[in-house]
Unconditional design. Structure first.
Length: 227
């Protein structure tokens, strides 16, 4: 089966070479675990292959994201000028009702990769939990129909054992990658866990993540023994 390389060194070997084309993957975790960097790195990897990409931000200003990416040598402005990259801000209040607009943007731009950061903000203007879940379901269903490989970034509240904010995202998406921040014996480090990946014989366990000058990479040895 064809695979879309993630651009994260060490990750693809955990998931049979990458994501399935056209799949929707949720990257979830608490604040500071590297989710936004993951999204940028995924898009950057696609741009190196000439694949058009879109970063839809609902929180950080586009210029801030581009400046943060520069520290890893990712010059997104260059690809904006080439016409194969878009960094778009959307008011999170609109996200719940903008499903058609987002899908049409992906099709018009012929995007191969899309990142939405963060889907957790959909609840800012919608208080009814059932409506939030329905809007999320509709958005994910529409994205799958575009054929674009999509990353949905989601926040997990500190101290929560949940995989998502609304408890529905993980059931609708094709894959779930959990990013965590650990503190063991006065040492701090990150980890990544493949909780779900449809049509993929993925490895289980927590694998360490390292942040360097070129971005994220994943270690080859699981932090916890497999049962």
């Amino acid at each position: 089966m064809e695979r879309i390389p993630t651009g994260i060194p060490g990750l693809d070997k955990l998931i049979q070479g990458g994501f399935i084309p056209g799949s929707v993957i949720m990257i979830t975790g608490s604040t500071g675990t590297g989710k936004t960097i993951f999204g940028c790195q995924f898009l950057w990897a696609g741009l190196q292959k000439g694949e058009p990409g879109i970063y839809l931000t609902l929180e950080e200003p586009p210029e801030d994201i581009k400046q943060d990416a520069q520290q890893f040598g990712w010059d997104f402005s260059k690809y904006e000028k080439k016409g194969i990259f878009k960094l778009v801000y959307m008011d999170p209040v609109r996200l719940g009702s903008a499903t058609v607009d987002i899908a049409n943007l992906v099709r018009r731009f012929k995007a191969k990769r899309l990142v939405i950061d963060s889907i957790s903000l959909i609840g800012l203007a919608i208080k009814d939990p059932s409506l939030i879940r329905r809007r999320i379901y509709n958005l994910i269903s529409a994205l799958k129909k575009t054929g674009c490989t999509t990353l949905l970034i989601s926040e997990i509240p500190e101290g929560s054992d949940a995989l998502s904010k609304y408890g529905v995202e993980e059931y609708v998406v094709d894959g779930v990658i959990v990013m965590k921040y650990w503190e063991i014996a006065s040492e701090n480090f990150g980890s990544i866990e493949i909780r779900k990946m449809r049509k993929t014989a993925h490895l289980k366990g927590h694998y360490p993540t390292f942040l360097g000058k070129s971005g994220l990479k994943v270690g080859s040895e699981a932090l916890t023994p497999l049962k």
